[in-house]
Design a protein around this ligand. Sequence first.
Ligand SMILES: *Cc1c(COP(=O)(O)O)cnc(C)c1O
Length: 433
Amino acid sequence: MSDGVDPRRRVPRTDALLAQPRLVAAAANLGRDLVKTAVRQAQDRARRGEITPDEVPDVALAALPSTGPRAVLNATGVVLHTNLGRAALSDAAMVAMTAAAGHTDVELDLSTGRRARRGRDTMAALAAAVPAAEAVHVVNNGAAALVLAATALAADAEIVVSRGELVEIGDGFRLPDLLTSTGARLREVGTTNRTTVADYAAAVGPRTGFVLKVHPSNFRVTGFTSAVPVRRLAALGVPVVADIGSGLLAPDPLLPDEPDAASTLRDGAALVTASGDKLLGGPQAGLLLGTAEMVERLRRHPLARALRVDKLTLAALAGTLGDRATPTRGALHADAAALRERTERLRDALAGDGRKVEVVPSVAVVGGGGAPGVELDSWALSLPERYAAPLRTGDPPVLGRVARGRLLLDLRCVPEHADAGVRAAVLAVPGDD
Ligand SMILES: *Cc1c(COP(=O)(O)O)cnc(C)c1O
């Protein structure tokens, strides 16, 4: 050591360490005793010379049990980022989840003291949001909704589906594999780019379980194409199951190509399946909406029990349906001019801190396998690329997008109250530019 002091004597004191914000936060989550033990062990290692005194806080933190996924700031400009947990929940959903964390009346009717249908309030809220549905059910996710439909309606039968709709959802999961894993057989019709109503009509017969219509939610086919709308499929005389993917309950003018549950049911689908954590902006869930007879068959199937949702999901979904001003909706519909002003304010604040950053136009997207091709005009802070890694591993982690040697931070999906957090995170990166 250049100052000649034995490094072991520079080990920070326990009370000073426990006052550090990161360790205060850890103590709030895990209890002070656990954090104190980790701090003492790290101090001992520093005294033995195994680590430097400066490393004590990091080593103590690293020794603590993880409290699960960490909260991050999504400055990617991707509204529903699958790697970042898709939809951010609304305050109403969070409040509902917290209230449901203890014991709840999830399967009990308090007025009679008898067992009641699980999550009946959530089901009632979903049914009220889509009056075109006679009945509704909720399972673990969109894939589970499809598996339940295929198992209950076509285990020994055929699912008639267009070759243009046999899609890969992501991370290697392919819809055809998911469907055939249930024992159902696929009866593929048409071609990749064109399928006609005559193709479906020729394939429909006594072996048909249902006709499946899948929204190609994460890609677009253009050029010489044709697909058959649900309205025409419904006239074939067999049930139509429509996987609309994104969970829009009603049309959104911003997303004219995204199917919604209400319109699809009015067009004659017997059953609609969708995800809860995409455009609806709720928790991970699989929504099933349809005729009373269809939904009852699914609900009564033994597999339904294996796919049933937790009380926390039911609570979050009810909260989402009760207050539709979700962060997803807010991010999708954010006004570009207002985003520009926010971004410029942050730039000016950072300039006052001695950091030179620029404001540049940005293009945000829906993401999460939804609304491909939809571009949302946005704005971003542009920083040198070297900021990317320290911001990603900082506290809180800030995720941006690297493009042409620059790190872009798009505030569209960052809650406005977190702008100060973005500023602090940028300042925590040593600046020499
Ligand atoms: C996202 C999606 C799925 C899968 O839903 P998960 O909730 O991720 O299981 C299935 N089909 C379509 C059309 C989708 O967009």
